[in-house]
Structure formats: C-alpha cells, structure tokens
Write a protein that binds this ligand. Structure first.
Ligand code: 13P
Length: 288
C-alpha cells in the first residue's frame, strides 16, 4: 500500500540523501519505477499530475493501479503516491481517491491566498495522515499546459508557508521543468541557503525540474537540504528514443514485433535504466 511521504523524507533529510519523485504516465512507467526501486532497495515517490491522471482515467484508477501493482509485484520498499502540482480541487480529488501524499501548488496566487488555501489543505490532509508539499516561487518551463519563468522564491514567504506545518516545500531556485536552455545560469544556491536559513534545517526541500541538472549541482543541492527531486522529462526522452530506435530498425515488422508487449519493452527498459541512474545519484539506494 502506498504511504505518506513524510517519514521517508525526514529520514532522507537527516541522512542527507534525496528520494526521487518519478512521474508516472501509464502502467509501463509505474512498473519500471516500482521494479527499479525494489531492485535497489530504495524508497520512491510516484508523482502524478492532473494531466497524467486524466490520461489514466482519473486519480482513483491511478491509486487502485499502484496499490494493486505493489501487491502483484511484491513491492516491500516504501512507496508514496503523490499528487504533483495539484490545484485546490485536485487535492480534494486525490484525498478521496486514496492518495497519501499531495502537493498543493498555490504559487500562481498572491501569497495571502496561497497561505489561506495551503493552511486549509494541511489541516484536512494531516487529520487523514496525508503528507503535503507546498510551493513558493513558480517553477519555470512548461508542464501540463502551465507555463512560467523560473523564479527564485522569497525566503520570508517560504517561512510563512513552512510555518503552516507543510511536510516538505518546493522553493523555486531558478529550476525549470523540461530541458534547460543552453543559456540557463544554473541553480541559485544563494537562494537555497537563504530559504534554509529561514525555514530551518529539518524541513525537507523539494527540487522540481530534475531533468538535465548537472550531477554536481544535484549533489550540492542535496548537501544543502534538498531531500526530494522530481524527474519526468528525462524518462519521457529515453522512452521515446528507445521506441524510435526499435521502429526505425524495423523490429516492429519482424515476426510479432508489433505486439505492444514487444513494442513498449525497449522504452520500459530505458526508463528502468534512467530511474536506476537517478536513485544512485540521489543516494537513496539501500535506504528502504
Ligand atoms: P522535469 O520534467 O524537468 O524532470 O520536472 C519534473 C517535475 O518537476 C515534476 O514536478
């Protein structure tokens, strides 16, 4: 059964590694992420956006699928199923659907409104043992139709949101979703330090836009308090590349190569390799 992400991230924070949030888009993604986490004895967070949930026929389908797959695959490592960039309504839908972890992304609202909504959601979620991530300072790039420029969060605003009792906090530090442009200046460690100075050492911080951040910056971010790193685009890119290669080599036309179980296998294996690379880099291997 999926669990809250609270304890796994507090452990990660204390032991200075990060848990990967691997976004899921369908059954193959979920299978690849779960199998790899189990193989490496690593905790894992499966992230699901509202858009991905619509593709998979709703949050209750996603929750039922993940719980059933954990059972069938004999998954024993800690797994959290987490709403990624949830609206106010999506948070309630996920609570109803059986998610044990949600993100309320109020970063597009004026700070007072973000605070009021986050506060309400934290109270309700905590009564049900559900962990809550909040966001301050929009993460740039494009995800599920939401487009914003990379922002650096205001540390004082972070403190106000942290004081609401959120379990982990996404603070913009110049990170963006998707592939980084060649002129991207890198993460703002100055902002990360300033946020940490305000919110304290114990609160796990979240780094969105994990795709394409150079390894040395990832390692430094973890050393400065980042305990959860979200990865989505990189898995999509390797899945697409492996599937393209299979088709361009004409393998779908050999025998029953068009069978989806064969057609989708190289992409699924590519995701497994990518997840293994990330869990190793983030330091969560053997931490289950
Ligand atoms: P990427 O798609 O850039 O890896 O970002 C994922 C993410 O932050 C999900 O919230």
């Amino acid at each position: 059964m999926v669990i809250s992400a609270r304890d796994m991230l507090l452990k990660a924070r204390a032991e200075k590694y990060a848990v990967a949030q691997i976004n899921i888009n369908n059954l193959e993604w979920t299978k690849a992420a779960l199998a790899t986490a189990q193989k490496l004895e690593s905790p894992i967070i499966l992230g699901c956006t509202s858009g991905a949930s619509r593709w998979m026929m709703g949050f209750s389908t996603v929750a039922a699928m993940v719980n059933a797959m954990m059972d069938e695959m004999h998954i024993t490592v800690p797994v959290a199923l987490h709403l990624d960039h949830g609206s106010y309504d999506a948070c309630y839908q996920c609570i109803k659907a059986g998610f044990k972890s949600i993100m309320f992304d109020g970063s597009a609202y004026p700070i007072e409104e973000n605070i009021a909504m986050t506060k309400e959601i934290v109270t309700i979620a905590h009564n049900l043992g559900i962990s809550v991530e909040a966001e301050v300072g929009a993460i740039g790039g494009e995800e599920d139709g939401t487009i914003s420029m990379g922002e650096c969060a205001d540390p004082k605003e972070c403190k106000r949101i942290a004081d609401l009792g959120v379990d982990f906090l996404a603070a913009g530090i110049g990170n963006i979703h998707g592939v980084y442009p060649p002129n991207w200046p890198g993460l703002s460690f100055k902002t990360l330090e300033a946020v940490k100075a305000e919110v304290g050492d114990e609160l796990p911080l979240v780094l969105h836009g994990g795709t394409g951040i150079p390894d040395d910056q990832i390692v430094k971010a973890i050393s400065l308090g980042v305990s959860k790193i979200n990865v989505n685009t990189e898995c999509q890119l390797v899945f697409a590349a492996a599937t393209r290669k299979y088709i361009e080599e004409g393998k779908d036309k050999e025998g029953k190569g068009y069978d989806p179980r064969k057609l989708l296998l190289p992409g699924t294996k590519a995701i497994e390799a990518k997840v293994e690379e990330k869990l190793t880099l983030f330091g969560s291997v053997g931490k289950a």
